[in-house]
Design a binder for this molecule. Structure first.
Ligand code: SDX
Length: 482
């Protein structure tokens, strides 16, 4: 009998047979694109076992538990493919290395969102629309201006996008009806160009708040990244300032590398939140909130803090020892999907050399190289498939370019807005959008009756007898005793 990949010919059907040993029942599940529908397992029902908890819902069907989605797909997608074992990344079929070398960020954004590279006419119209939707409502500027000068720029970015939905009632399904984006594709495209256009303006406003300077108005005659640098660095009239084209180009390549990465934490958030049919501005605010975390887009900022704390090449061995004893995290290392290398980090190294030629070599790179070499020579890291990811090097470039440390995640979220919008559009265009509502496996208290206040025993909270001491600001003048 012929055998293919270890499966005898007779059984080489594209199906999975599962036998529930609790009942002896077998089901056959079709395998499509090397995946199976988790819902198929609800066919496997069984009576409660002896002493089994009612909360297990056993007679209602088997559930699949996958905390943090380690091996669960939440969508089928045509946008981005990653081969983690080969360190390969492509957008709509085009390898990231080719897009970084030959494309521009706005062209890559078009490709991600609409599925094909634009013609010259399409690209010119696309760029014109986006660069003429860079202004934000003056009332929104007041909201941003009201933020404290020491606010983290990501807080400002998230607050601005959450507020922006209030300035587009015509784009709000809560006000205009849930089928708004199903029925009106031109309205969807208008929000797409508005969000892409305003993302850089909001980013620049966040930066200007940090340096306590008035906002600089956007320029529609500059490229996408030139305009961002212009709004950040333009000071006062008359000012013939134009951003260094070499830095604008370097930033454009970095934006291409950060544009999309399939179902990362923040893009999955965009799809999850978008499934409730809330407006796209609120979705971007939610996605940006996920990216803000140090395990995700906040890692480029955390890498620089880590390298600064290490302080010198001589301290690398003792730092790695602390990582291996789980006292520290090696930020910028590791990835849920990539198991060999992050293809973006190879391109980023070339961008670093470009920027160092213009702005001067960033001294921390010596520690970064020594740290990388030591980790890649250490079985603790290689056995766990840990190597530099996209964030390991990007912070060094931003530091060489003089961006403030807490602005680095903003330089990640701005380009990732294209990926958010591409997945949001794909979900709504599919015609199969259903609200995301995961199951759970309940292991908490079984049913019990209410206990009157006087009949209760005091129970500890988190192993402590009652709440921790929560400090209040009360001036000493009020605490005097007469
Ligand atoms: C991005 O998803 C995306 O695509 C993200 C992203 C994108 O473009 O959107 O690529 C961008 O977010 C890149 C990742 C940036 N984050 C960091 O650099 C933070 C540091 N990295 C880790 O927190 C971690 O590697 C993650 C979060 C990136 C991945 O975590 P996983 O897949 O959940 O891995 P894990 O926690 O299961 O780790 C497996 C083992 C564990 O050790 P053991 O329990 O087996 O002993 O590896 C260890 C972990 O402790 N480990 C690390 C480590 N990463 C994993 N140990 C030290 N330093 C690290 N960085």
């Amino acid at each position: 009998m012929a055998v293919t990949n270890g499966i005898p010919a007779a059984n080489s059907k594209n199906t999975l047979t599962v036998t529930d040993n609790r009942t002896g029942k077998s089901i056959e599940i079709a395998i499509t694109n090397n995946s199976i529908p988790a819902a198929a397992f609800t066919q496997l029902k069984a009576p409660y076992g002896a002493g089994e908890r009612e909360e297990n819902d056993t007679p209602y069907g088997l559930r699949v538990l996958d905390p943090s989605f380690v091996n669960t797909a939440m969508i089928t997608s045509e946008i981005t493919y990653i081969d983690g074992n080969k360190g390969f990344l492509m957008h709509r079929g085009y390898p990231i290395e080719q897009l970084a070398e030959k494309s521009s960020y706005l062209e890559t954004a078009y490709l991600l969102i609409y599925g094909e590279l634009p013609s010259a006419a399409q690209y010119s119209r696309w760029q014109w629309e986006i660069m003429h939707h860079t202004f934000v409502a003056e009332d929104l500027a007041h909201i941003v201006r009201s933020m404290r000068y020491d606010s983290h720029p990501m807080s400002i970015f998230i607050a601005a996008f959450a507020s922006m939905s209030a300035f587009a009632p015509e784009a709000n399904p809560a006000l205009q009806g849930q089928d708004l984006y199903v029925l009106n594709k031109s309205l969807m495209n208008k929000q797409i160009v508005r969000i892409l256009g305003k993302a850089t303006t909001i980013a620049a406003m966040a930066y200007r708040i940090r340096i306590n300077r008035p906002f600089a108005l956007p320029r529609s005659d500059l490229s996408y990244t030139e305009n961002l640098l212009y709004m950040m660095d333009h000071m006062a009239e008359p000012d013939s300032f134009r951003p260094d084209p070499r830095l604008a180009k370097a930033l454009d390549i970095l934006f291409i590398l950060h544009a999309d990465h399939e179902m990362n934490c923040s893009t999955a958030t965009m799809v999850h939140v978008g499934s409730s049919l809330v407006d796209p501005y609120s979705c971007v605010a939610a996605a940006a909130s996920a990216l803000y975390g140090p395990l995700h887009g906040g890692a480029n900022e955390a890498v620089i803090r880590m390298l600064t704390k290490i302080g010198s090449v001589d301290n690398v061995p003792s730092f790695l020892a602390r990582v291996k004893s789980k006292q520290e995290l090696l930020f910028g290392f590791g990835h849920r999907v990539y198991r060999e290398t992050d293809p973006r980090s190879k391109v980023i190294r070339q961008v670093a050399d470009m920027v160092f030629k213009v702005c001067g070599r960033e001294p921390l790179i010596e520690i970064a190289i020594a740290l990388r070499d030591a980790a890649l020579a250490d079985e603790y890291f290689t056995s766990r498939k840990l190597f530099p990811n996209v964030d390991y090097w990007s912070g060094l470039i931003y530091k060489a370019m003089g961006f403030p440390l807490d602005f680095y995640p903003v330089l990640f979220v701005v380009p990732r807005v294209a990926g958010y919008l591409a997945h949001w559009k794909q979900q709504l265009d599919s015609g199969k959008n259903k609200i995301s509502r995961p199951r759970q496996v309940y292991v908490g208290k079984s049913r019990r009756d209410y206990v009157d206040l006087n009949d209760r025993q005091e129970r500890d909270i988190d192993g402590k007898n009652g709440l921790d001491e929560i400090p209040h600001y009360i001036s000493k003048r009020r605490l005097t005793k007469l």
